[in-house]
Design a protein around this ligand. Structure first.
Ligand SMILES: [Zn+2]
Length: 273
């Protein structure tokens, strides 16, 4: 594994990752889970955090307690949306706490969540798809997005920043952002139609984003997201990239691609403290 710009934490078998630049502000509690340290078995072994996988709900709830306890976040503060590989962003607040975990979520088809309310924990789910974290330390607002290849092309990251500008008067030039563990260019092999989608979405960067290998193409989702965040006004030096491929690291991460869908899910989580 390449040297990560995320910080790795270990406690009682649990392993999770945080963003040093975010931690330095003292404004958030946040993290990205690995697969290590939970109670699930089989393909979800062991820290599966999705209630939609082949896992027992009581195991998932226990896993959330383990992960949230390490982050210092009460599980009742979490807000889940129903992810749809789209480009919709939802602003949430105190009344949304518990959605998706304590009760069903009516935040449908949202792959981006934002808030400026302390004590509201945004949560997105990932098993190869890119987690994007945002912190505006000036206006004290946060965002979190789930960017698979469809969401990356649809610019869910840039749209999350735009929603923060719209709702919280965020200046992207103030913002910190991070691109978490997810499938790397090493493993994200696609056919021509998907490669063409990236070429059309990022015409000036196609050479850097798309590497032809035999009849297939390898696409760099991290760079595609970084480019759109810079275009949205975030300074390059304020973007942290984990540089960890979920598909390459079977002991550490679930991977939808590598495990052919028979796998668990990670969670990205961030809350204004
Ligand atoms: Zn890889």
């Amino acid at each position: 594994m390449a040297v990560s710009l995320f910080a790795e934490h270990k406690a009682n078998g649990l392993v999770f990752f945080t963003i040093p630049s975010f931690t330095a502000t003292g404004l958030t509690k946040h993290g990205f889970s690995s697969r290590q340290g939970g109670v699930s078995t089989g393909e979800c072994s062991s820290l599966n955090l999705s209630l939609k996988r082949k896992d027992l709900p009581e195991n998932v709830r226990k896993n959330f307690e383990i992960f949230c306890d390490a982050l210092g976040i009460d599980t009742g503060r979490m807000v889940f949306a129903v992810q749809a590989h789209g480009d919709k962003v939802a602003a949430v607040d105190e009344k949304d706490r518990g959605k998706g975990f304590m009760r069903g979520s009516d935040i449908t088809e949202a792959d981006g969540l934002i808030t400026d309310k302390p004590g509201v924990a945004l949560v997105t789910f990932h098993a190869d798809c890119v987690p994007l974290f945002f912190l505006d330390p000036e206006k004290k607002a946060i965002g979190l997005a789930h960017a698979g290849w469809r969401g990356t092309i649809a610019r869910i990251g840039a749209k999350t920043i735009a929603a923060m500008q719209d709702k919280f008067n965020t200046d992207p030039g103030d913002c910190l952002a991070a691109i978490g563990p997810s499938i790397g260019q090493c493993c994200f092999e696609v056919d021509k139609p998907v490669a063409d989608g990236f070429r059309a979405a990022f015409p000036q960067h196609a050479e850097r984003l798309i590497e032809p290998i035999g009849e297939k193409y390898h696409v760099d989702l991290w760079l595609a997201n970084k480019i759109q965040l810079i275009e949205a006004g975030i300074r390059e030096e304020n973007i942290t990239i984990a540089d960890m491929c979920t598909a390459c690291n079977k002991d550490m991460f679930f991977s939808h691609r590598r495990d052919l869908g028979r796998t668990g899910s990670h969670a990205a989580m961030i809350m204004l403290a």
